[in-house]
Unconditional design. Sequence first.
Length: 207
Amino acid sequence: MSRRRRSDAAPRPFPRRFFLQHAVEVARGLLGARLERDGVGGLVGGVILETEAYDQAEPACHAHKGERPRCRTLFLAGGHLYVYRIHQVVCANVSVGPAGHGAGVLFRALVPTHGLELVAARRATAPRRAWTDGPGKLCKALAITLEDDGLDLVTGDGPVRLLDLGARVADADVVAGPRVGISLAVDLPWRFQLSAGSWPPTGAGGA
DNA sequence: ACGATGATTGTCT
DNA sequence: GACAATCATCGTC
């Protein structure tokens, strides 16, 4: 029997080496992957639609000025969950690069695929289309909190998981642009999104 | 110890 | 599209 294509394989965590690439490559590569959390009430998860890359070499990154208590997780080996608080909200990243290098990829948006009832409850005041279309919103929907900071996403045995679904994402379906909500390094096109209509890949999502 | 700042969100026009 | 809310973090006094 021939070797299975990756797209036919069961979802599995990304290997450590995936997170040792540059943040831009990881941000691009995480589009179409699944982020999920197993918490009180059940599993909630979805497919990642939008990411942003950050690296200590550029001033918009929390790690740019060196290791601080808040951003210490960015300096862990690639594949660790970095959760931080901003404006009364928490946002989640995955650390990138070898230990000692401060870089990460921010999860900006996803489409919920699991635990829709829990998402509806946790995002009750928002319309369905705004459930998980921002970094703080998706954390609230998945119930990711500051206590999840530092979790290793490579082992796959924690409450938060980042899974490779094997979906083939064509370059033509990826839009790159400037990052949102920053005032420094605004010229870098380090924001990546799946273009409208490219998910789900089976084409059932048209208007 | 004090003040400026922010990888956002929700609300109003 | 514009703007305020709101408080931990970080830099400075």
